[in-house]
Design a protein around this ligand. Sequence first.
Ligand SMILES: Cc1ncc(COP(=O)(O)O)c(C=O)c1O
Length: 400
Amino acid sequence: MTFNPRLDQLSDYPFQRLAALLDDLPTPPGGGLVMSIGEPQHAAPALIGDTIAATGGWNRYPPIAGTPDYRAAVAGWASRRYGLPDGMVDPARHVLPAAGTREALYMIGQVAVAADPAARAPLAIMPNPFYQVYLGAAVMNGAEPLMLPAGPDTGFLPDVAALPREVLDRAAMVFFCSPANPQGAVAPLETWIELVRLARAHGFLLIADECYSEIWRSAPPPGALDACRELGGSLDNVLVFNSLSKRSSAAGLRSGVVIGDAAVIARFSRLRSYAAAGTPLPLLAAAAALWADEAHVDDNRARYQAKMDAADRILGPVLGRERVAPEGGFFLWLDVGDGEAMTRRLWAEAGIKVLPGRYLTRDEADGSNAGARYIRIALVHDQPVVEDALTRIAALLAAG
Ligand SMILES: Cc1ncc(COP(=O)(O)O)c(C=O)c1O
């Protein structure tokens, strides 16, 4: 039997590496607290169960493009959220459901990367650290991953505009995540505008991963759709990926959405009719209800904001700065010198599982890895649990 050799280029998923790192340590009393995974623990809205109970259609194959109601709910949300003029997002041409954005972020590589064996491998540009699926989308489709540092020197975001023009000309797709996982950095509108301009000038697809867009501290983060509006309303060369996993604490619903360039959506839809599982009709109805409702999102966000404030209050004095928590998302990204060593200590001495930054980053060509200094802590549990954990983390950091 032969296997696809490209699979060997994918490193183990971060959580497998974490399990191996902690394998020789005893399980803490009570099983320990998992803060390594970005899985929301707030209760999912009752709207989901209520809508599913009231909707039939389990006997039917769901259409790959979703239903008109679903697409209208998404387009309505996007128009309200980003102040878009009527018709800029056309539900019929610009919206496609996905079974969570993870699979869609992976599968889009098959649409965007041209397979021309005579040409040099096209580039898939992504931040470093990065959501691991981007790498899968790149290498499994024969694109060469190009990782841009996203550390303190560049405001924790990749500086795509600094790339030489011949590099941008080779790009098939650029993954850009804001609010960023894991750093929580938020790109300003000017950055999005620049990215959209570059995508059009150099002919690449801008993949705007915005699943943390609704989890923010002081103001709604701008997104790629804001940039498209500012540039006249066209969605050319842009796909926005968003999700109900974080916005609605509904990761189990597996409901993501892709919004953007009509030509790309049409091709993606064709591919997905071969490769993807359509979202069942009752789940699409629940998703439509969630995109149409902001009350549960406001409540969800307020709970994260309170935990972010607690992080500043509890960890700030130990780390010597006022702000510890970032502007967006629900992770802390802390420079602790040696992320793997601190991860082992936190598990062994405090019973708290976090993720070493090394597992979200790729080594540079010279073997260095700026992300290896960091740990990622997911503030997904309820307030008292998080405050207690932060207090234990602070004690351990203070002990040095
Ligand atoms: C940056 C980023 N993008 C995409 C996803 C995928 O989310 P989902 O498949 O639940 O929509 C995640 C999930 O953790 C993420 O952190």
